[in-house]
Write a protein that binds this ligand. Structure first.
Ligand code: HEM
Length: 442
């Protein structure tokens, strides 16, 4: 696919159907998990439809991804559904654009530098050990809701220093707030959006309390919040209280659903692929009781391949929406200003030319460095809006995986539906029922 500015003679717009007036094909898009596959089969690598009232072009190939990622703010600008925009708040990095976005991204990145990441390792290990002990004591369990609590506890501890966040008022408010993120933006007391909007205010009050207490404390603390309170840009400016609140809320959200989906997919896929599991255990044996540092984790190359393959086969984020700022051209088709583009992560990852037998789990495909084609492997997006927390996410996934590989095993319980629900993030329909055992007990 080639991508460029529009030519003198206008090209046609991409093939496809707009569907019903206003809502277009929104319902099929959300309900049919094979919607995009069927459309691509019919129209090829690029097609148009109408989603949430907007003409929308779907793209799924590396050249189109590259074009979208390299022209943020020129041809494209990030966009989110109205409910998400309202609940994230105007000062959230995910909604900021242009120079403000770049400046804020630099500030927030301080919480994800290697030194900061090293400082998070002990806390993740402690929480992982507490949860896995409990799971082993339970034996049979429905794992997905437990994994949600686990990732929320990790996020609360690492981001704002809060213990057992999932069991606190902040945790409860946060769950109701999350339920409204992708909803109809009608703010009535009984609608999902209305409840979430009320929770947003209460959550911001809770976060403000934590920030103010921290600002008055003699010790700055060991979490992301302490780094963000101290962070200054090139002009010596820090983040205001209002902005800190929105940014902390964004970080809590950005890491929670995505990481839960990723580790649940890992747990499912290795249980279904015992050979992979054996190889992972053999690699761990080579590291025996080596202390976990960024350096030792980096040396676990097979684990790295497995996690890459998990994120390829079941990417937690299916794609990203962009508003078209200026008419441009993709693969000989005109993309008019005002339309929306969706770069599709999941479909990009299923390209059989790049990934033979693309729908099978084969970590060895990542053994070769050259196989990691930049714009064909995009679980974290790309360009100037690439996931800010990707190293944090990789670290948490690795620490979780290593602890469980060394001490535990699990098997899938019979009679459950393992097909994936895809909204808001992929997870098994019956929430992943397993028998979980400590290895010394076997
Ligand atoms: C496996 C886990 C994760 C996946 C798959 C993931 C995926 C993504 C993707 C695809 C984007 C780009 C969206 C777009 O192009 O519109 C993104 C953005 C972002 N992610 Fe993640 N993410 C993960 C974990 C995290 C974590 C742990 C954090 C922070 C604690 C985080 C923070 C962010 C932020 C702040 C952005 C917005 C960046 C910007 O607009 O400049 N993510 N993520």
């Amino acid at each position: 696919m080639s991508a460029s500015q529009p030519s003198a003679t206008p090209s046609p717009v991409p093939p496809g159907e707009f569907g019903l007036p206003v809502i277009g094909e929104t319902l099929s898009f959300f309900r049919d998990r094979n919607y995009a596959v069927k459309k691509h089969q019919k129209y090829g690598a690029i097609f148009k439809t109408r989603l949430l009232g907007n003409p929308t072009v779907f793209v799924k190939d590396h050249a189109a991804n590259q074009f979208v990622f390299s022209h943020e703010n020129q041809y494209f600008q990030v966009t989110w559904p109205p409910s998400t925009r309202a609940l994230l708040g105007p000062l959230s990095l995910a909604l900021q654009t242009g120079n403000v976005h770049q400046n804020r991204r630099k500030l927030l990145a301080q919480a994800f530098m290697p030194r900061a990441l090293s400082g998070y390792i002990d806390a993740v290990q402690t929480i992982t050990a507490q949860y896995s002990d409990r799971w082993a004591a339970q034996g049979n369990l429905t794992w997905y809701p437990e994994l949600r609590n686990y990732t929320l506890d990790v996020a609360c501890k690492l981001l704002v220093g809060l213990d057992q966040g999932s069991q606190t008022r902040l945790g409860q408010l946060f769950e109701t707030w999350c339920e409204g993120l992708f909803s109809i933006p009608l703010a009535l007391p009984w609608t999902r959006f209305g409840k979430a909007k009320r929770c947003r205010q209460l959550l911001l009050d809770e976060i403000e309390q934590t920030i103010v207490t921290r600002q008055q404390a003699s010790e700055p603390g060991q979490d992301a919040l302490s780094l963000l309170i101290q962070a200054r840009d090139d002009d010596g400016q820090g983040l205001s209280l209002e902005e800190l609140k929105d940014q902390i809320l964004l970080l809590l959200f950005a890491g929670h659903e995505t990481l839960t989906s990723a580790i649940a997919s890992y747990c499912l896929l290795i249980a279904q692929n015992p050979t992979v599991w054996d190889k992972l255990r053999a690699e761990q044996a080579a590291f025996a009781e080596a202390p976990l540092t960024l350096e030792t984790l980096k040396q676990m190359t097979y684990l790295d391949q497995v996690l890459r393959e998990v994120l390829r086969l079941v990417p937690p984020v299916g794609g990203g929406f962009r508003t078209v700022l200026q008419t441009c051209e993709l693969n000989g088709y005109q993309i008019p200003a005002g339309w929306t583009v969706l770069y599709e992560i999941n479909q990009t990852h299923l390209n059989p030319d790049v990934y033979p037998a693309a729908d099978t789990f084969q970590p060895d495909r990542f053994a070769d460095e050259a196989s990691r084609a930049k714009y064909s492997y995009i679980p974290f997006g790309g360009g100037i809006r690439e996931c800010l927390g990707k190293e944090f996410a990789r670290l948490e996934m690795k620490l979780f995986a290593v602890h469980l590989l060394r001490h535990y095993t699990w098997e899938l319980l019979p009679d459950q539906d393992l097909s994936l629900v895809t909204v808001p993030t992929p997870h098994p329909r019956d929430n992943l029922k397993v028998r979980f055992t400590a290895m010394s007990d076997r």
